[in-house]
Design a protein around this ligand. Structure first.
Ligand SMILES: Cc1cc2nc3c(=O)[nH]c(=O)nc-3n(C[C@H](O)[C@H](O)[C@H](O)COP(=O)(O)OP(=O)(O)OC[C@H]3O[C@@H](n4cnc5c(N)ncnc54)[C@H](O)[C@@H]3O)c2cc1C
Length: 285
């Protein structure tokens, strides 16, 4: 069976940084997407590092990758087992089994979908997570129809509210907390654009059969809409390691460790994970 020193799952900011810190070792970096960068690639807004866009930040980060690094794109890690092997499935070569000495999980996080929320009604066309819509708009040029309602006023909700308002859509945000949830710099869009924010409320019902036509809040407000974005939070993506416990050969970094609002912290954790994996390899030699 093929063997690598370090297997890294996830080629976002965390995985790339870990790979750079592990220069010299035989490293395999795997990502299910066609390019390295992870969530950075769908962020056209500025605010990464010294006010770069996510795309620019990813371009910089992916420069000077170590020569000993093998990158497998369009490849998904299907499973990891306690005997230090992983099953990969890739477009180019089908299934591939790889043994590793160290594993770095940098698989990012997953949005909480509409299906997981206690909202009455079906989930017709027009209901998306905020990240799905960000990807549709920024990578595929798809523009949703308005009016739009966004549930959740964290950073991702605010970034999307601004983008939809800039595209000319009428936007209403609904927030269960008493105040807006995101960073101050993202909250500015509420003053710059006619975005309505309803606090201390949530969406109780979705209306529409084939396509959404509106929703009702818990306090009884009816909000007509053709697009509903769910932006209620992110969960670290750790399914692959659920049954493994925390053996010494396993390192977590980036948003699969804890959800980070700023990319610098993700890069830092990636570097630490790469360095820790290298230390273990040297120790075992
Ligand atoms: C919408 C949004 C806006 C943000 N805005 C800012 C900002 O303005 N400024 C700032 O500093 N930070 C911002 N951040 C934070 C920062 O960009 C992210 O926290 C960081 O980029 C996350 O990096 P990551 O590597 O942990 O995860 P990700 O970028 O999500 O990378 C994880 C990768 O793992 C891959 N993967 C997962 N599972 C598997 C598997 N089984 N097999 C193969 N591949 C797999 C995925 O395809 C993905 O490419 C923002 C984050 C988001 C979501």
């Amino acid at each position: 069976m093929e063997h690598v020193d370090i297997l890294i799952i996830g080629g976002g900011a965390a995985g790339i940084s870990a790979a750079k810190a592990a220069a010299g070792a035989k490293v395999l970096l795997v990502d299910r997407k066609p390019s390295l960068g992870g969530v950075l690639l769908q962020c056209i807004h500025h605010g990464f590092g010294k006010n770069k866009s996510g795309i620019q930040y990813a371009e910089e980060l992916t420069q000077d990758l170590p020569e000993t690094l093998e990158v497998a794109l369009n490849t998904t890690v299907l499973s990891v087992s306690g005997n230090k092997t992983a099953i990969l499935s890739g477009k180019a070569y089908g299934k591939r089994e790889v043994a590793f000495s160290q594993l770095i999980l940098a698989a990012g996080c997953r949005e909480i979908p509409a299906g997981a929320l206690p909202i009455a009604g079906t989930r017709p066309k027009g209901v998306y997570t905020a990240g799905q819509m960000q990807e549709q708009m920024n990578l595929h040029g798809v523009l949703p129809t308005g009016p739009a309602v966004i549930l959740g006023s964290g950073d991702l909700g605010l970034i999307m509210a601004k983008q939809l308002a800039q595209a000319g859509l009428q936007v209403t945000m609904v927030e269960q907390g008493r105040y807006c949830g995101g960073m101050l710099r993202n909250q500015r869009c509420l003053e710059e654009y006619p975005i309505r924010l309803i606090c201390s409320d949530t969406i109780a019902q979705i209306h529409g059969e084939k396509a959404i036509r509106g929703c009702t809040t818990r306090n009884g407000a009816y909000l007509p809409c053709s697009t509903l974005l769910i932006a209620v939070g992110l969960r670290p993506e750790r399914e692959l390691i659920e049954d493994l416990g925390y053996p010494q050969w396993l390192h977590l970094c980036g948003n699969c460790n804890a959800v980070h609002p700023m990319v610098e912290a993700v890069v830092q954790e990636g570097k630490q994970a790469g360095a820790a994996a290298m230390k273990n390899i040297r120790g075992s030699l």
